[in-house]
Structures are given as C-alpha cells and as structure tokens.
Design a protein around this ligand. Structure first.
Ligand SMILES: [Zn+2]
Length: 92
C-alpha cells in the first residue's frame, strides 16, 4: 500500500542555515533611529539611545538599581485645611 509511505514533497527547510539575526536578549532595537544597541551600551547610557537620545522603557528590576533622581521632586506644600464642624454630622 502506498499510503503508508510518506512522499517527500512540500516545503523543505534547511535547518543548518545560520540565522542572520543577533542572539536575542543581548541587544535592543532603538524605536527612535532603528539602531541595534547592546544591553551594556544601554545600561551605560541609562537606557537612552546614544544616537538619537530615545528613552527606552527601563525594566523594573534595573530601575530599582538605578541611583535616585538628581533633583528630587519637590513635594507640594500641604495647606492646612480647616474642616468645618458642620461637615461632620452631629448628633444633638
Ligand atoms: Zn536611537
């Protein structure tokens, strides 16, 4: 019976062909200029593109390791609000 024999037709893939892409996880493509940047380069430039100054999303774990902001955000001065007595329900 011929149906037991698989015929060698269809798409043939060459598995030995080397992939032209760079290994995943070592580099990130810049969304600003399209340049492939290594993670180490991004790390040195605090996750900004050295070519176009594009700001990347910083991974949370990396962000926690970064030094704090050079100029701390000033807290909005709190105004002491006088709460009128009438606002709270009083039981007479
Ligand atoms: Zn860029």
């Amino acid at each position: 019976m011929s149906w037991l024999k698989r015929e060698r037709t269809g798409i043939k893939t060459d598995r030995k062909a080397p992939r032209p892409e760079l290994p995943e996880g070592l580099w990130t493509k810049c969304e600003g200029c399209g340049e492939a940047l290594y993670q180490t380069v991004l790390d040195q430039h605090l996750w900004t593109c050295p070519n176009c100054n594009y700001h990347f999303r910083v991974p949370a774990r990396t962000y926690l390791g970064l030094p704090p902001e050079p100029h701390p955000v000033e807290a909005v001065p709190t105004v002491a609000r006088e709460t009128p007595e009438s606002s709270s329900p009083k039981i007479a």
